[in-house]
Design a protein around this ligand. Structure first.
Ligand code: PLP
Length: 403
């Protein structure tokens, strides 16, 4: 008899995006003449930039010639891309190409990494949370059951108004800690001091921080850290996920990478330290066969002067939208977080999240994402996304009801 992995039965069904879709289509059916503006999107809307497209084409053309054709590439990524990443993305952090693992997405990387760790871990996850962190640990059997909206075996790092949406380290032991800055969904960004507190905690507790920097390209404040490796001592206790999805519009093209410094340690049951990098290398080379050559060529193009300028222009476009959203909503009485160094604006409402969602849809034809869908601490909030056209954002802001 083929038996299911029982942990899959513990997964709480996520109705968030299907519920949103149902409510939007019911509204459109009932109001066919009303225009709906979708500000719930977590996907980019602008096309790939010219340098990326040119490099992509060149890569495809090389695949068409016997002399330049490529079969399997190195699983960890081509040297040209790993070198460019190490040289450009971690200025001052001294990251080596051998510490970079190119992949087809941070979703896969954040999900796959937990396979390297024991099942007896105390795990800290943000609330509200990017759901992949939680669900992949449920699948692995680390969380216990879902009771009253939370998994009994997880520790929830609450991001609330009172801590400025940046959780502080707890006063007890955690072994594995998920952090995401700039944050999805709150848009909050951590300061150097806030990250340093986590690094110190991880060093004291011999814990590991999984630092998700998928939205790093949106950081414009020069005082904010872009990488956790900017914090002294972080290399022993942290790894970092980066993605080209939001940085360069690669959500449909697929390319990302994970950095695991040589110093980063993991322990066996006797307390002996081992290099984490070697285990991820083993896992990656066993279960993954590399990102396609044209895609890696396309990704590498953003490290040229022209390519860098173009992708900055893409992100700047969304940041203009984000600023407009934040300022417009603040002006009509809402309390907002994010939107300055992030594409997401986390908006507080006097109504429950789903009531606010319905109210916005019915009164303004605007679609948002109810915060409650990201965890208990998201109740009473909605997430507004800047991934849309400036024209649509302007229209939506004109229609947005006062608090
Ligand atoms: N991490 C966070 C916090 C995200 O919001 C997303 C995508 O929405 C990802 C990772 C996934 O990135 P990728 O497209 O590289 O899989």
């Amino acid at each position: 008899m083929i038996r299911i992995n029982e942990n899959y039965l513990k997964l709480a069904s996520s109705y968030l995006f299907s519920d949103i879709a149902k409510r939007v289509s019911a509204f459109q059916e009932a109001n066919p003449s009303r225009e709906v503006i979708r500000l719930g999107i977590g996907d980019v809307t602008l096309p790939l930039s010219p340098s990326v497209i040119r490099a992509f084409h060149e890569g495809v053309d090389e695949m068409a010639q016997k002399s330049t054709f490529k079969g399997y590439g190195p699983e960890q990524g081509y040297e040209f891309l790993r070198n460019a990443i190490a040289e450009n993305d971690f200025a001052g952090c001294d990251i080596k190409p051998s510490e970079v693992f190119v992949s087809d997405g941070s979703k896969c990387d954040t999900g796959n990494i937990q396979e390297l760790f024991s099942n007896q871990l105390k795990i800290g996850v943000p609330d509200p949370v990017y759901p992949v962190y939680v669900d992949t640990n449920v699948m692995a059997g680390r969380t216990g059951n879902f009771i009253n909206g939370r998994y009994e075996g997880l520790y929830y790092l609450e991001s609330t108004e009172s801590n400025g949406f940046i959780p502080t380290p707890p006063d007890h032991d955690l072994d594995l800690i998920y952090l995401c800055f700039p944050n999805n969904p709150t848009g909050a960004t951590a300061t150097r001091e806030q990250l340093a507190a986590w690094v110190e905690y991880a060093r004291t507790h011999k814990a590991l921080i999984l630092f998700d920097a998928a939205y790093v390209a949106f950081i414009r404040d020069p005082n904010l850290p872009k990488s956790i490796f900017e914090i002294p001592g972080a290399k022993e206790v942290a790894l970092e996920f980066r993605s080209y999805s939001k940085t360069a519009g690669f959500t449909g093209t697929r390319c990302a990478y994970t950095v695991i410094p040589d110093e980063c340690r993991v322990y066996d049951e006797n307390g002996n330290a081992h290099k984490l990098n070697q285990f991820w290398n083993r896992r990656h080379t066993t279960k993954f066969n590399g990102v396609s050559y044209p895609v890696q060529k396309a990704a590498a193009s953003i490290y040229t002067e022209e390519g860098a300028r173009e992708v900055k222009t893409l992100v700047d476009y969304y940041l203009v939208n984000a600023k407009l959203i934040r300022e417009s909503l603040t002006a009509v009485g809402y309390s907002c977080t994010g939107g300055d160094n992030s594409p997401y604006i986390w908006v507080k409402s006097s109504r429950p999240s789903w009531d606010f969602f319905d109210y916005l849809l019915n009164n303004a034809g605007i679609v948002c994402t109810p915060g409650a869908g990201f965890g208990r601490c998201g109740e009473g909030y909605i997430r507004i996304s800047a991934f849309n056209s400036l024209e649509n954002v302007k229209k939506a802001m004109e229609r947005f009801p006062k608090e």
